[in-house]
Design a protein around this ligand. Sequence first.
Ligand SMILES: C[S@@+](CC[C@H](N)C(=O)[O-])C[C@H]1O[C@@H](n2cnc3c(N)ncnc32)[C@H](O)[C@@H]1O
Length: 270
Amino acid sequence: MSLPTPYYEHGGITVYCGDCRDILPHLPKVDLVLTDPPYASGARRDADRQVRGSMLRSMEDADWFSHDSITAWGFAWFLRSTLGGLRGILSEGAHLYVFTDWRMTPTVYGMVEASGYRVNHCLVWDKSHYGMGTYWRNQHENIVFASLGTPAAMLDRGMGSVLKFPGVSPGVRKHPTEKPVELLAAIIGAVPGSVIFDPFAGSCTTGVAAKQLGRKAILIEIEERFCEIGAKRLSQEILPFEPETPRTAAQMALLGWQDDIKETILEAKE
Ligand SMILES: C[S@@+](CC[C@H](N)C(=O)[O-])C[C@H]1O[C@@H](n2cnc3c(N)ncnc32)[C@H](O)[C@@H]1O
């Protein structure tokens, strides 16, 4: 298989429609991964199902979205096969941010490490309100921060590990697990990476955030209906476009402000 024709391509944002594991090996180098894989949240009954059987069955289901009802073992296998393939297109020092819930966090840690990455931290997305339930109603998701080797320096060292942003309300969201653009923009703005990669793009929120910050992005989504929604968002989004104001030499280099780097260095010497 060669690289398919993009579903959407404009202003440095490219969306491919297909299975990320098939497309991945044909992509150019990327230097930041921000992704929100299916959570396998429907898989609570590993004990009474044959793992491989249920995994394959769920792949045939017309479910909410692909692979969400795979078991924990199926999820581990799926993540391992994606993250392993990703190494070939990642720059050394690239940061990876992987969204997950409390149930799958240990599996994500394990599979990230088993695929040859270093786990550095676990960020918390505080949604500022809690959902349904009786015991300790869920108010957060985790974001595992890993890297290929030693992570490249942060652009903003003033970031805490708890990111508080309200979720996208059900009446507004275009995807059942849509993440807030502001949350993704806060992560992208704080970290290095000129080409962002999201292999599980859903409604392309990573692309919308990248576009707002003037960064490039490559996104893959398996379901055409979500590619369509994403392409619409990317072309319609009314941007309060404020290019990032670089504060450090690293930020300036990332955004191509070469002359300003020289000036900053000269000023620092004076
Ligand atoms: C948790 S959702 C991402 C939602 C996204 N963050 C947003 O804001 O809309 C995960 C997405 O991965 C997609 N997906 C599942 N398996 C995939 C695969 N093998 N390749 C590409 N996309 C896949 C699903 O269709 C789903 O839309």
